[in-house]
Write a protein that binds this ligand. Structure first.
Ligand SMILES: NC(=O)c1ccc[n+]([C@@H]2O[C@H](COP(=O)([O-])OP(=O)(O)OC[C@H]3O[C@@H](n4cnc5c(N)ncnc54)[C@H](O)[C@@H]3O)[C@@H](O)[C@H]2O)c1
Length: 261
C-alpha cells in the first residue's frame, strides 16, 4: 500500500485528482487551507496553511509521493503569491526532504514560457520567459525541484499545465487545453514512472494545434486521448483574442492583473 498526499485537494485540479487517482493499493491523504468537501471514503483529510513550515512538516509526513497542487493559479499581488506559491512550495519540498518522501509531482504552469511568441517552438529545455509574477513563482518552484533532485536525490516531476478545463473555452485553449481525464493519466504516469530523477513535462491533451513538445511526457508513458479540435467550430466564432501573439495569452498583456486564470 502506498500513501499519496495531494495538496490543494479542495481546488479544481485537486478535486479531479482525488477521485481520479484513487486506487485499491493507494491510500490518499488530502490537504488544503480550506475545508475539503466530498473526500473519497477512506482518505485522510487535514487542513492547514503550507506557507508555515511547521504545518508543512506535519502534513508532509509518512507519505511516499506528494502531488503538490496548492497555490494561487493566476496573477495576484506579490505578497499573496509569495505565501502560497513560493513559501508553500519551498516548504513542501523541504518537508519532503526532511521526512524522506521519495517523489514530488509539482503542478507548474505553461506561463513560465508565456512570453514566447506562438510561432516559436518551445520544449522543456527552452530558457524560461515568464509572462507574469505568477509565471515567475512557478519558475521558482521548478528551480527548487531541480535543486532538491540534484542535491538531495528527491525524484521530481514538474508539470507545466496549459489550461485545465472540462473543455477549451477560447482559441488559445485549442492549443493549451488539458482535459480532466488526460490530467489524471499524466499525473498517474508521473507517480508510477519507474525511472525519474528530474523531469519537466507539458501538461496538454493531444491537441492538433499544440505548441509544446510532449516528448518527455510520452517517455513517462503519457498518451493523451482528448483533442481541443472537437470544440473548434464553436470557438472559432469568437471575436479577436487578447494577447493573441503570445503563448501566455492575456497573461502576457502589460496591464494584466488576474481574473482569467
Ligand atoms: N487550472 C489551470 O488551468 C492551471 C494551469 C496551470 C497551472 N495550474 C496549477 O495547478 C494548481 C491547481 O490549480 P487549480 O486550478 O486547481 O487552482 P485552485 O485555486 O482551484 O486550487 C488551488 C488550491 O490550493 C489551495 N491553497 C492555496 N494556498 C494554499 C496554502 N498556502 N496552503 C494550503 N493550500 C493552499 C487553495 O485553497 C485551493 O483549494 C495550481 O498550483 C496552479 O497554479 C493550474
Amino acid at each position: 500500500m502506498s500513501r499519496l498526499l495531494i495538496t490543494g485537494a479542495a481546488g479544481r485540479f485537486g478535486a479531479v485528482m482525488r477521485s481520479g487517482l484513487a486506487r485499491a493499493d493507494r491510500e490518499l491523504v488530502l490537504t488544503d487551507i480550506v475545508p475539503i468537501e466530498g473526500a473519497p471514503q477512506g482518505s485522510l483529510v487535514t487542513t492547514g496553511d503550507l506557507s508555515d513550515l511547521g504545518v508543512a512538516l506535519e502534513i508532509v509526513r509518512d507519505v511516499d509521493v506528494v502531488v503538490h497542487t496548492a497555490g494561487i493559479p493566476d496573477e495576484a499581488p506579490f505578497d499573496q503569491l509569495l505565501r502560497s506559491n513560493i513559501e508553500a512550495t519551498f516548504n513542501v519540498f523541504e518537508a519532503a526532504r526532511l521526512n524522506g518522501v521519495r517523489r514530488v509531482i509539482f503542478t507548474s504552469s505553461a506561463h513560465v514560457v508565456g512570453l514566447y511568441a506562438r510561432d516559436e517552438p518551445v520544449d522543456e529545455f527552452a530558457p524560461v520567459r515568464p509572462d507574469s509574477l505568477y509565471g515567475a513563482t512557478k519558475a521558482f518552484g521548478e528551480a527548487i525541484g531541480r535543486l532538491y533532485a540534484d542535491k538531495h536525490g528527491l525524484e521530481v516531476a514538474c508539470i507545466r499545465i496549459g489550461s485545465f478545463r472540462p473543455e477549451p473555452e477560447d482559441r488559445r485553449q485549442l492549443s493549451t487545453w488539458l482535459s480532466p481525464r488526460d490530467a489524471v493519466q499524466l499525473v498517474d504516469r508521473c507517480i508510477g514512472a519507474e525511472r525519474l530523477s528530474f523531469s519537466i513535462v507539458y501538461g496538454i491533451s493531444a491537441n492538433a494545434e499544440r505548441w509544446w513538445s510532449d516528448s518527455t511526457a510520452n517517455e513517462l508513458g503519457y498518451h493523451p486521448v482528448d483533442d481541443g479540435q472537437a470544440f473548434a467550430a464553436r470557438i472559432r466564432q469568437q471575436g479577436p483574442e487578447p494577447g493573441a501573439l503570445w503563448q501566455g495569452g492575456i497573461f502576457a498583456e502589460p496591464d494584466y492583473r488576474g481574473g482569467a486564470g
